[in-house]
Ligand binder design. Structure first.
Ligand code: GDP
Ligand code: MG
Length: 219
């Protein structure tokens, strides 16, 4: 069902002036990237927004955000991705960054065990920053765990290990590579749609999938 939905998302960033992206019509979806330094957060963002990759370590100046303009069914959505840096080791990112997040992409580096072991601590940090927000509440962000650099021959954290970990944490896991452009777009679109469903409610979801079916049965 989610895969069908992903096809319904149109990227209209380039010609957004032709559409009515006013405050009244636009839903904003905010996704924050978290994870230890050098796991590839900035690289993932670059790949998503400019479809480029650099082997060099990139400077990330504290927190920055970039937007894409999407059309999901009849709705306009501004998708904002927040890159974070500098504070990774101390996890001293501001509380409101977490509290305003609809989604969190938590990255580790599959070639560096310590970044995978750091995930438990990141999850505790997220919980702490969200204060009393219940995990089952609509206000709790959707969290995916992502293992980056899966292109590398020096992989030491297996997909199986990551999948075992997410069972315990009750979230989804995906193998990604910013370098080879594996799963970058798919993961972000999947999360965007999951958040969209949560924010807009079930009615629109139903009509979205029905439109799709109607189209199909015609051909
Ligand atoms: P950040 O600190 O989390 O923002 O990490 P960066 O995006 O700056 O990346 C850190 C280093 O990892 C850079 O040298 C990148 O070129 C490299 N890197 C990022 N993504 C990948 C990937 O998918 N595969 C490989 N092999 N290297 C990557
Ligand atoms: Mg960075």
């Amino acid at each position: 069902e989610n895969d069908l939905a992903i096809n319904l998302i149109g990227d209209i960033t380039k010609n957004r002036k032709n559409f009515n992206f006013s405050k009244e019509t636009t839903k904003i979806i905010r996704i924050v990237l978290l994870g230890d330094a050098a796991v590839g957060k900035t690289s993932m963002i670059r790949r998503f927004f400019t479809n480029t990759f650099s082997n060099n370590m990139m400077m990330t100046i504290s927190i920055s955000d970039e937007s894409k303009f999407l059309k999901i069914g009849d709705s306009f959505v501004t998708l904002k991705l927040w890159d974070t840096a500098g504070q990774e080791r101390f996890k001293s990112l501001p509380k409101n960054l977490y509290q305003n997040a609809d989604g969190i992409l938590l990255l580790f580096d599959v070639t560096k065990q310590s970044t995978f072991e750091g995930i438990t601590e990141w999850m505790e940090n997220i919980k702490e920053k969200l204060g009393g927000v219940d995990k089952k509440s609509k206000r709790y962000p959707v969290v995916y765990l992502l293992g980056n650099k899966t292109d590398s021959e020096e992989r030491t954290v297996s997909k199986e290990a990551a999948e075992t970990k997410v069972k315990e944490l009750e979230m989804e896991y995906y193998d990604i590579s910013a370098k080879l452009n594996i799963n970058i777009f798919e993961v972000i679109m999947r999360m965007t749609f999951e958040i969209f469903k949560k924010k807009v409610g079930d009615n629109e979801t139903v009509s979205l999938s029905m439109n799709k079916k109607e189209k199909k049965s015609k051909c």
